[in-house]
Design a protein around this ligand. Structure first.
Ligand code: GCB
Length: 592
């Protein structure tokens, strides 16, 4: 009987969609809150077959008689650093995809009149959180923040958090089972204990109205009993101050004009914005800019802009780990700047919030996307619900970052009515939640024959920017002179080449330089030379984005000599060496 129960639990964990008690949207701007970091060393139990579920490892073993024993313990087990993926922390976890239990204690003397929250920057992929032996909630999705209120659950003195984390793939997950990056599991981002007053500023949207260069059109939302409050919004540098009153639901509209020095890549101007309610105060750094499409152009602050972008995975190649620190982010974004970029595509999932904030400070526009990737199960309504939720969580977190100019809802999905319906649904969610930004998705599998690129997919008509992943010269051979390429579009839109490239193993000198099979730098360089010729002949082109900045780890790359578990399409090698193709791209960006 016990075995049946265990089996049932394992099946549930492996396949179930986690939708009950999903963590509420995390509060806006964790950096401006009264927080205690719960980062650091957490105890762990490695549980490949999910036995901890029925053993109830979130309960502290209490030995009451001399016949009792417990087949689990956090004490004496390995410790894991938070934030951080578990795969890179212990050799035996290198490719681990299953359950790890995390535990840590914290001390608190709860104050009357205060509220307490546990805030997780992200846990990949599913999390179930226990506080003092009681389950407080679950979350599914590896790249977005979530929180649980624990005001009525914390006790004076020592409190204990246990988190069940599981990064097993599933066909109904987002992403699903197949994807081309390392499935870094664990509590990969910061954990905070947040203290607020009874009513706190939960969320706000302070950005320019679509098409305007001086009018802010936003809102503020309170959470708590004291819903009607006067809120002061000020921008000291502009000598601007206004007061609004929240309605009985705790909402207030914010509308004002000011003479902003607009954010651009050349002048990434941010202002200190202070939002002061009667019971809370938040400070943020916010930039103002407009982003629109006009015919086949993209306009930043009313002027046509060419998006000089680069794809980035959230990985530090030197540590072979998920990028989790400011220093990790900086390595990647410094390279993007050095390449001459004015934009980064943070692929294929929302990166950590500091990455987005740093990009903004550095003058890099951001394309942000959710991991709706290739073989996703659009037929399952729960999967669609999950992707919608992830999309909302992403927009919710980063909607005040003016650097984000494009929300992207998916990457390379395969044509079907269910796919179209889900993608259109997601585009609508973007527009409802955030009317001020552009919406896109990256398309592949359009046809390229007789040197003509035929964009036939009518789903492209539903997006502001047409984004195409094409690997001409790598997965598909050239069908003529790159400079003679022709394009047919089912809908005329600004065209962004969201991926192109090929692989090379830096310094490969094993075979003929002109053959792809030997992963030579020269072969890749030649792909880039031809791509640049093609770009110059491509109509409606508003930007290009090589795949990608740095070689990165992927379990789907099996060549033992040239790949050994790395996708080698980086312009920079895993050791930080610039390939020849880097210089072609750098020169192109310099002249654009
Ligand atoms: C793609 C995917 C990207 C892959 C890349 C490749 O089209 O969007 O995630 O990793 O191709 O390397 O093949």
């Amino acid at each position: 009987m016990k075995q049946i129960v265990i089996f049932a639990l394992i099946i549930f964990v492996a396949t179930g969609i986690y939708a009950e008690n999903p963590g509420s949207f995390a509060m806006q701007n964790i950096y401006s809150r009264n927080t205690t970091s719960l980062n650091g060393s957490w105890q762990s139990i490695i549980d490949p077959t999910n036995n901890g579920e029925w053993r109830q490892v979130w309960k502290e073993p209490v030995i009451e008689n001399n016949h009792q024993f417990f087949e689990y313990s956090f004490d004496g087990g390995p410790t894991l650093n938070v934030p951080g993926d578990f795969n890179s922390q212990l050799p035996e976890l290198k490719f681990y995809e299953s359950t790890i239990w995390y535990r840590r204690h914290f001390n608190l003397e709860p104050e009357t009149g205060k509220r307490y929250f546990l805030h997780f920057g992200a846990v990949n992929y599913k999390a179930k959180v226990y506080l003092n032996e009681e389950e407080i909630g679950t979350h599914e999705g590896g790249f977005t923040p979530f929180q649980f209120e624990i005001s009525n659950k914390v006790k004076p003195g020592q409190n204990t958090i246990v988190v069940w984390v599981n990064n097993r793939r599933s066909k109904d997950g987002v992403p699903a089972e197949g994807y081309d990056w390392l499935n870094y599991g664990g509590i990969t981002r910061d954990v905070h204990l947040v203290t607020t007053n009874q009513t706190y500023i939960d969320d706000y949207f302070i950005q320019l109205k679509k098409g305007s260069k001086n009018e802010v059109d936003g809102w503020i939302k309170l959470n708590g009993q004291q819903k009607s409050q006067t809120i002061k919004i000020s921008i000291p540098e502009l000598n601007r101050e206004l007061s609004v009153r929240t309605n009985p639901d705790g909402h207030a509209k914010v509308n004002f004009a000011a003479d902003f020095d607009l954010w651009t890549p050349e002048n990434p101007k941010l202002y200190e914005v202070i939002i002061e309610a009667e019971s809370d105060k938040i400070t943020d750094r916010i930039g103002f800019r407009s982003i629109e499409v006009d015919g086949t152009q993209v306009l930043l602050n009313g002027e046509a802009i060419f998006m000089k972008a680069i794809n980035i995975h959230e990985e530090n190649p030197f540590t072979e780990a998920r990028a989790a620190s400011v220093a990790d982010n900086k390595i990647l974004l410094d390279w993007a700047k050095e390449l001459g970029c004015n934009m980064v595509r943070l692929s294929h999932y929302p990166h950590n919030e500091m990455m987005v904030r740093m990009a903004e400070e550095m003058g890099l526009m951001v394309w942000s996307e959710i991991p709706v990737y290739q073989h996703i199960n659009f037929e399952n309504p729960q999967t669609v619900e999950l992707m919608n939720h992830m999309l909302r969580e992403m927009i919710h977190r980063d909607k005040n970052r003016c650097a984000v100019v494009i929300w992207s809802v998916s990457n390379e999905t395969y044509s079907s009515p269910a796919r179209d319906k889900a993608n259109i649904g997601m585009a609508n969610i973007c527009r409802e939640m955030d009317p001020a930004r552009l919406v896109s998705k990256a398309f592949s599998n359009q046809s390229y024959r007789n040197n003509t690129f035929d964009v036939w997919d009518t789903l492209t008509c539903h997006f502001d920017v047409l984004s195409i992943n094409e690997y001409i010269g790598w997965y598909i051979p050239w069908q003529g002179e790159p400079s003679d390429i022709k394009w047919n579009f089912v809908c005329e839109k600004p065209l962004f080449i969201s991926e192109f490239g090929g692989e090379s193993h830096y310094g490969s000198n094993h075979g003929p330089k002109h053959m792809a099979a030997y992963w030579s730098d020269e072969y890749l360089e030649n792909i880039y030379k031809n791509q640049v010729k093609m770009f110059d002949a491509t109509p409606n082109l508003v930007g290009v984005c090589p795949w990608l900045l740095v070689d990165y780890r992927s379990t789907s790359r099996l060549h033992p000599v040239y790949q050994s578990g790395w996708n080698r399409k980086g312009l920079i090698s895993d050791k930080g060496m610039k390939k020849k193709a880097w210089h072609i791209m750098h020169d192109y960006f310099m002249r654009k």
